[in-house]
Design a protein around this ligand. Structure first.
Ligand code: APR
Length: 230
């Protein structure tokens, strides 16, 4: 039974150079999310959307996991059946840091999918409109990323984990996007001790028992050391 559920957001990958969405120079200050992160935007201009994700895929491949990702992998290694990471991030830095029990609720940059047959496969470096699905050969391919207005992945499994968690942590997320923004309140309702590790208080800060502000690369290793010592 998973005792420690950890929600991560773009802030945990910020110090790996991947940037965030809503900070002062975040992605949504440079791109119109309606154009690059909705099914309607993709239908209107698939080339623009592929370019957006091709650039993010290249940044992700060039990035390295940071001390926060590594600390979470260390925690899972010490308590293999007790730790679940639920990440809103589409980068693969948790997996590359060594975490294995990871649910990517908003999909994965490094995976492609076919919206005709639902087949998924490792995304090529560059995806283009007109790429054919390796399974059904239709030109219906897209990044396997959950866009606004689409249903996130793994919600049933996440809901069950929030029922039994004794510790819930949120790291590097502004608490502005649902359903992830409601996870702390749900876990707290079920008796979990809730910890927020974030550069600044988030929109969900009131749902937490313990709120620590600072960079993830400082807060997370310290928090993991505390957990392993207790
Ligand atoms: N260490 C810890 N926290 C940080 C750091 C850092 N070095 N840098 C930034 N943060 C915090 C910011 O203070 C902010 O609260 O990370 C949070 C990033 O918030 P967002 O940019 O809103 O990212 P996130 O919460 O992951 O967004 C959720 O929105 O656009 C959609 O699908 C996208 O998954 C994303 C979702």
């Amino acid at each position: 039974m998973t005792r420690i559920v950890i929600l991560t957001g773009a802030g945990i990958s910020a110090e790996s150079g991947l940037g965030t969405f809503r900070d002062k120079d975040g992605l949504w200050t440079k791109y119109d999310l309606e154009e690059v992160a909705t099914p309607q935007g993709f239908r209107r201009n698939p080339a623009l959307v592929h370019d957006f994700y091709n650039a993010r895929r290249a940044n992700c491949a060039a990035a390295r996991p940071n001390a926060a990702h590594v600390a979470l992998a260390r925690l899972e290694a010490a308590m293999p059946d007790d730790v679940l990471i639920v990440t809103q991030n589409v980068d693969d830095l948790h997996r590359r840091a060594g975490s294995r029990n990871v649910l990517q609720m908003h999909g994965a940059l490094m995976r492609a999918t076919c919206h005709a047959c639902r087949h998924t496969w490792p995304a090529p470096e560059r995806m283009e409109p007109g790429d054919r699905c390796p399974a059904c050969n239709k030109t219906a391919t897209r990044p396997d990323v959950v866009w606004f207005g689409e249903v996130p992945y793994h919600l049933d499994e996440i809901g069950k984990a929030l029922e039994t968690a004794s510790i819930f942590a949120a790291i590097g997320t502004s608490g502005q996007v649902w359903p992830a923004a409601g996870f702390a309140a749900a876990a707290r309702q079920n008796g979990a001790h809730c910890v927020e590790l974030n550069l600044e208080p988030s929109d969900a800060t009131a749902d937490f028992h313990d709120c620590r502000t600072g960079p993830a690369t400082e807060l997370v290793p310290h928090w993991v050391d505390e957990l392993l010592a207790s």
